[in-house]
Design a protein around this ligand. Structure first.
Ligand code: HEM
Length: 148
């Protein structure tokens, strides 16, 4: 039997390598994060687009209000981390499946993790350091509120 032939049913599994199995944990992560993302993404869409005045309520004040609330800060940050790691790991699977050249594969997978890490860092900083009064100039719409 060559290695690309599917084994007969009930063939005993070949002996496993010892140690942690990163691919298995990656597979479990995709399922677990998928379940959490359903709740986080649909909750996010409901609150932003359906509840209250719906899509018309979204403006600077709406976003500033959400980022002044630890609950929504954490909601968005957890969604950001889970989705970016999920997306990058899913793309890694696709790259591993389709890119035949080992060097190209390594470069692409590195690029994926670097892009994900950069966006996670940037997004987390934005959510936790957001200040609606930053850069407000006298006479602007927010000046009265911010200097009060
Ligand atoms: C409602 C939320 C989501 C659920 C329930 C979900 C679920 C899943 C599951 C179970 C897999 C594994 C499929 C497999 O192994 O065959 C997967 C793969 C993937 N997901 Fe998600 N996902 C969600 C959101 C997202 C988001 C927001 C992104 C992008 C940031 C994303 C990008 C991917 C990619 C690129 C793959 C790999 C596809 C492949 O292997 O062909 N997913 N998703």
């Amino acid at each position: 039997m060559t290695s690309d032939t599917i084994a007969a049913p009930r063939t005993p599994a070949p002996s496993r390598r010892r140690g942690s199995n990163l691919e298995k944990w990656g597979w479990i992560y995709m399922r677990a994060s998928g379940v959490l993302l359903v709740v986080l993404i649909f909750g996010h869409l409901f609150i932003n687009l359906v509840a209250g005045e719906g899509v018309r309520q979204i403006d600077f004040a709406f976003v500033a209000g959400k980022y002044a609330t630890p609950f929504w800060q954490w909601w968005d940050v957890i969604m950001l981390w889970l989705a970016l790691i999920h997306g990058a790991n899913g793309m890694r699977t696709i790259v591993n499946d389709y890119v035949m050249h080992a060097g190209t594969r390594r470069v692409l997978v590195w690029a994926l993790w670097l892009a994900a890490a950069f966006l996670i860092l940037l997004g987390t900083l934005v959510v936790f350091t957001f200040d609606p009064c930053l850069g407000v100039t006298p006479g602007s719409e927010l000046a009265a509120l911010c200097t009060a």
